[in-house]
Design a protein around this ligand. Structure first.
Ligand SMILES: Cc1ncc(COP(=O)(O)O)c(C=O)c1O
Length: 397
């Protein structure tokens, strides 16, 4: 089946955070929103159909996951990720960020530390700090246009007896790396040796570019010992563009850890499931694979367009050749602007609204994250705007 990803859907009156928060963020009305990580594409037809059918039923009482729902998740992990799990291992949550909050509350005590790897999805820092814990940063190293892990530093931090948890991002937002088997094994073995619990946020697992010949490897699939010390956060939200419906599948093999996690959810009273999320996720897992493959192809086309554009027309800017996600990490440091000037320049002069790199950690300063899960026409317009703004700046200075 073919899908029309070129189509521009008007999201301006759909309660969209991405499109309808300009005023409170002091963003000019004409700026193109390419920030927060949802797609501008219509969902896969089977998902839209499942939601319509559920809406027609017109009774929306408290809902729970069926055996068929869990089966669809188990099959997806087996078929897409070569990972064998069982229905019992799955704890559901209203999202991955809520799940990260539940995990730190369930498994950390006062004074405990958590390793994260900046630049990284900024809620990682917020989750740790807002629950009263401390994060320690195993800074990713930017070498030859690629980020690498500093294992010596990681081990040093893991050895601290107060370090009890590591939150991994794989694939890594915002830098688009898919960590290799060797990298994951090294990290996991250090965690196991130092009794550090692994929280593996794999929400972007389905969005890997096949042309790179790289496959996502679930951390917990590496060995039984690693699986028993890993909480894997997955969700249909990014893969099928249903983040607003709010659901996640948190996969925990160890029954004691799983019970600890579920107890924490129960304390908050958010255990019931949104009925639309249930049918949408199940339709995606059962029938959305074809749409997802086509969406990834289209997004990769957008990425190639941006890379070629920058290479040909913007010698002061570099785009990282990402392996996954619909988020591009763009290096604007050669423009010579500080992080606030860069933010203002892009939002008010170029009129494109990207995520400022510094929110992902200090080392993100001078970078910006661009969401390219949108029509190619929008990407073209955004790049033309950036080019015009950069060139007019060069003429003035
Ligand atoms: C790494 C990562 N984790 C979690 C989330 C958000 O997950 P959810 O909407 O399920 O809370 C995002 C969204 O951008 C993300 O990039």
């Amino acid at each position: 089946m073919t899908y029309d990803f070129d189509k521009i859907v008007d999201r301006s009156c759909s309660h969209s955070v991405k499109f309808e928060s300009k005023l409170c963020n002091q963003i000019s009305e004409e700026a193109i929103p390419m920030w927060i990580a949802d797609m501008d594409f219509e969902v896969a037809p089977p998902i839209a159909e499942a939601i319509r059918k559920r809406a027609d039923h017109a009774v929306f009482g408290y809902s729970k996951c069926s055996a068929e729902y869990f089966e669809s998740v188990v099959n997806w992990m087996r078929d897409r990720h070569n990972w064998t799990i069982t229905s019992e291992w799955i704890a559901t949550a209203p999202g991955v960020v809520p799940a990260l909050n539940f995990a730190v509350r369930a498994f950390l005590n006062s004074g405990d530390k958590v390793i994260i790897q900046q630049p990284v999805y900024y809620p990682f820092m917020r989750v740790v700090e807002s629950n009263g814990f401390e994060y320690v940063n195993n800074e990713l190293e930017f070498k030859h246009d690629r980020y690498e892990i500093n294992f010596e530093d990681f081990e040093h931090k893991a050895r601290d007896p107060r370090t009890k948890m590591f939150i991994l991002c794989n694939p890594h937002n915002p830098i688009g790396r898919v960590w290799s088997k060797e990298e994951l094994s090294r990290l996991a073995n250090i965690c196991l040796a130092n009794d550090v619990l692994i929280i593996s946020d794999e929400i972007h697992h389905d969005l890997v570019f096949p042309s790179r010949g790289i496959k996502h490897i679930p951390m917990a699939s590496l060995s039984s010992a690693i699986s028993k010390r890993t909480i894997t956060c997955t969700a249909p939200n990014k893969s099928f563009n249903i983040a607003g419906l709010q659901s996640a599948n948190i996969i925990i093999e160890d029954p004691i850890l799983r019970q600890g996690f579920v107890d924490e959810i129960n304390k908050t009273g958010v255990g019931s499931f949104n009925p639309f999320a249930l049918v949408a996720a199940e339709a995606g897992y059962r029938e959305g694979g074809d749409w997802l493959d086509a969406a990834i192809d289209y997004i990769e086309g957008n990425k190639q367009y941006v890379m070629k554009f920058v290479e040909e027309k913007l010698p002061n800017i570099r785009v990282l050749d990402s392996e996954a996600t619909f988020l591009l990490w763009i290096d604007f440091r050669d423009l010579g602007l500080d992080q606030w000037e860069l933010q203002q320049f892009l939002r008010h002069k170029a009129l494109v609204w990207l995520d400022s790199g510094f929110v992902f950690g200090e080392s993100g300063s001078g970078f910006e994250r661009m969401n390219i899960a949108c029509s190619r026409h929008i990407v073209e317009e955004a790049m033309n705007r950036i080019e015009r703004a950069v060139k007019s700046r060069m003429v003035i200075s």
